[in-house]
Design a binder for this molecule. Structure first.
Ligand code: OVV
Length: 409
């Protein structure tokens, strides 16, 4: 891309000069298979107009990473979905992590980094390991099972809410709540509306579950309130930070573990390599996220008039970042469509990049890593026993069904 340092603003391309992409990235066939259009999006240009939504988009790794790195120019506090919070009120109080900019973001992030810490992960490791082993033992005995309904949707719900200290009753609201949260980053289409059924009850349950008096004494949730007691945030902020655990920590890991299972079951050579070369195991989950990113899209908003390469971007412009397409950009990766556990996927943007990079990434890696380890110890082979089915979401790429068959090791 040409450098524009020192040129006057009038020398910049204006938005109307950018290539126009008229496909709908939130159409149901695209949500089911975003990789059917990722080439078109990347080749349209470094930056393009998404005419359906009157916003910009980019699907190339370099531009996605550059925008995520520049939080001063491309902020989050006007919302990270299509909706501009300055023009339309959001459906729920903004996340204090996802939907804020510094200095508020830095303060909240520091507090949460203290809770979601390496020692905290180590403390839960024995219990999380035992739960993964028990679950995978039962599946090894069955030989045929649904990877979503019997594993990916079970394990995170088994370990994570207990770790936060969430009440047992009503946990069936967690997945529908999170699905609605992630749908709300896209347009108000039929997919969004499908998760509005029952949402008021789920919202009410989540709001209750995040209250101090409803949290277990030893969980990460109560530690957020302990930070409030130390004056690091207010009681209301603590409530909203605990809500972030439930918004961002469930459907993401369910979808991510599902994608890992799909990647492994559809690449028997990669399964064999992981069994033969255990050193590769720690890379498998990140490579599966690069190959098929759980979080497919997020927006940023220009916080002031700024430039991206040769383009002048007016304040208030929304830019949709195609994380999944960037993770398969051939400018960045060799053979990008290939799931290859021996490649270094570092630099993938499946967990985002920059100051907002996923707070829970170590949690996700620990959950997925324990499931993978338990499976590699018990399954000689794993294969698809039927066609996988997608569950459509405006910003995630989850599976609904994943029929699997395994042979014991
Ligand atoms: C990364 C993410 C996704 C959805 C919700 C939140 C965060 C939150 O902080 O509520």
């Amino acid at each position: 891309m040409d450098t524009i340092e020192g040129t006057s603003a009038t020398a910049h391309a204006v938005l109307a000069d950018l290539p126009v992409v008229d496909l709908d990235p939130f159409a149901e066939d695209v949500l089911a298979d975003p990789y059917s259009v990722d080439h078109r999006l990347r080749e349209a240009g470094a930056l393009f107009q998404l005419s359906r939504y009157g916003i910009l988009g980019t699907a190339r790794h370099a531009e996605v990473a550059a925008i995520l790195a520049d939080w001063q120019a491309f902020g989050s506090s006007r919302g990270v979905g299509l909706q501009d919070f300055l023009k339309e009120p959001p459906w729920r109080a903004p996340s204090l992590l996802l939907e804020t900019d510094p200095p508020v973001h830095s303060q909240m992030r520091r507090l949460m980094n203290g809770v979601v810490s390496l020692p905290a992960l180590k403390a839960v490791l024995p219990r999380w390991t035992a739960r993964a082993e028990a679950l995978v033992d039962a599946l090894a005995a069955k030989r045929r099972f649904d990877g979503m309904e019997e594993l990916a949707e079970v394990y995170p719900l088994d370990v994570f809410p207990d770790t936060i200290g969430i009440a047992r009753d009503g946990r069936e609201h967690l997945l529908p709540y999170a699905a609605a949260v992630f749908n709300a980053y896209g347009p108000k289409n039929a997919v969004w509306e499908s998760t509005e059924v029952g949402l008021p009850d789920a919202v009410e349950w989540v709001n209750q579950a995040c209250r101090r008096e409803n949290l277990g004494p030893d969980g990460w949730g109560m530690q957020v309130y302990a930070a409030a007691d130390r004056g690091e945030c207010t009681e209301d902020e603590a409530h909203r930070l605990v809500r972030s655990f439930l918004s961002a920590g469930i459907d993401t890991t369910v979808s991510g573990i599902g994608t890992l299972l799909l990647a492994l079951a559809s690449h028997p050579d990669q399964w064999a390599r992981l069994r033969a070369e255990p050193d590769l195991q720690k890379r498998a989950f990140d490579e599966s996220l690069r190959w098929d990113s759980t979080a497919q899209v997020f927006c940023r908003t220009a916080m002031h008039d700024c430039t991206l390469g040769p383009v002048a971007i007016p304040q208030g412009t929304k830019i949709l970042l195609f994380l999944g397409a960037a993770n398969r950009d051939p400018r960045r990766w060799d053979n990008p469509d290939r799931f290859d556990v021996s490649r270094s996927s570092s630099g993938h943007v499946g967990f985002g990049f920059g100051i907002h990079q996923c707070l829970g990434q170590m949690v996700a890696r620990q959950e997925a890593g324990l499931v993978l380890k338990a499976m590699l110890q018990r399954f000689a082979t794993i294969r698809l026993a039927g066609a996988p089915e997608r569950r459509l979401n405006n910003s995630l790429h989850p599976l609904a069904r994943l029929p699997l068959e395994v042979t014991p090791a």
